[in-house]
Ligand binder design. Structure first.
Ligand code: C2E
Ligand code: CA
Ligand code: CA
Ligand code: CA
Length: 279
């Protein structure tokens, strides 16, 4: 028995160090990849729920790996987030998103951009000032950019907003993935954000009406009502079916994002004119 236990422990240690090694290798490869300009941004439209006209684009990062092809963020963001690498990566994303937005705004001056900001990135001292400088350098007003953050990044455990999340910077915050974790409707009015993004798990949840594509009716409906009372604009994420869009329109949801409208797309392939002229 003792021998078997020792064997199990050794195997466990071997597995552990393999995982740690792979992590380290991935981190080093990503660092090199950023230096070699292998990151790409794809853009997904966020449209007005009634007119379906683009209001903003969400920038979503990918890694064009020389051997493995185009990697989704799920493959490398977690590793980046566990180190300071996320700060360099996030900085690149912000710059590239602003550069691209400046080009598009020449044609559509009201178009905005949303960028995902990791908790560690948001917590960097002077982060808000850095973003404002970046915007000024790109010739963009502060309201051109919306920072997508999670509840944990902007609030402490007691529900008190962090200093950087306070409104004095003029930057717009969107609370991402609302409805996952321990989000609470009663805290909506305390959120230091202007937009609320309802997570796609709620939008795609099975409805009580028997149809599998109807959003989790009572929850989403109540969320929209409470968010509006708190002065927030509501974005529904992961809208894939016309029935979901119909429900969300009926309930007064402000903005829609999902495969039904468009998938995240490389900038050279994204057809903004078609999205603007679909009515
Ligand atoms: P997220 O911020 O919640 O982004 C939405 C994800 O849902 C994207 O996955 C998008 O492709 C996907 N999606 C959009 N519409 C639909 C739909 O109708 N159906 C389904 N099934 N999925 C849909 P993606 O691009 O793989 O990004 C995954 C996550 O990676 C993001 O989740 C975000 O948390 C993170 N991420 C992406 N880009 C960045 C970045 O630049 N910085 C940081 N820190 N995180 C990023
Ligand atoms: Ca997001
Ligand atoms: Ca989200
Ligand atoms: Ca998500």
């Amino acid at each position: 028995l003792a021998k078997r236990e020792r064997h199990t422990v050794r195997r466990f240690q071997a597995a552990l160090s393999t995982a740690a090694l792979e992590r380290l290798e991935l981190e080093q490869a990503l660092r090199a990849g950023i230096d070699r300009d292998e990151l790409r941004l794809h853009y997904q439209p966020i449209v007005d729920a009634q007119t379906l006209t683009p209001v903003a684009l969400e920038a979503l990062v990918r890694w064009q790996h020389p051997a493995l092809g185009l990697l989704p963020p799920g493959r490398f963001i977690p590793v980046a987030e566990s180190s300071d690498l996320i700060v360099a990566l996030g900085d690149w994303v912000l710059r590239e998103a602003c550069r691209q937005l400046t080009l598009w705004r020449a044609q559509w001056p009201a178009l905005r951009m949303t960028v995902n900001v990791a908790p560690r990135q948001f917590a960097q001292p002077g982060f808000a000032e850095q973003v404002l400088t970046l915007l000024a350098d790109a010739g963009l007003p502060a309201d051109a950019l919306i920072l997508e953050v999670t509840e944990g990044a902007v609030m402490d455990e007691g529900g008190v907003p962090h200093e950087a999340a306070m409104g004095h910077t003029g930057l717009t915050l969107a609370l991402d993935d609302f409805g996952t974790g321990y989000s609470s409707i009663s805290r909506l009015h305390q959120l230091p954000a202007q937009w609320l993004k309802i997570d796609r798990s709620l939008i795609q949840a099975e409805g009580s009406a028997g149809s599998s594509v109807r959003p989790a009716r009572p929850i989403v409906r109540a969320l929209i009502t409470f968010a509006h009372e708190a002065g927030l604009r509501v974005v529904a994420e992961g809208v894939e079916h016309p029935e979901q869009l119909e429900d969300l329109q009926t309930w007064g949801c402000d903005l829609i994002q999902g495969y039904l409208i468009a998938r995240p797309t490389a900038p050279e392939l994204l057809s903004l004119p078609a999205l603007y002229n679909r009515n």
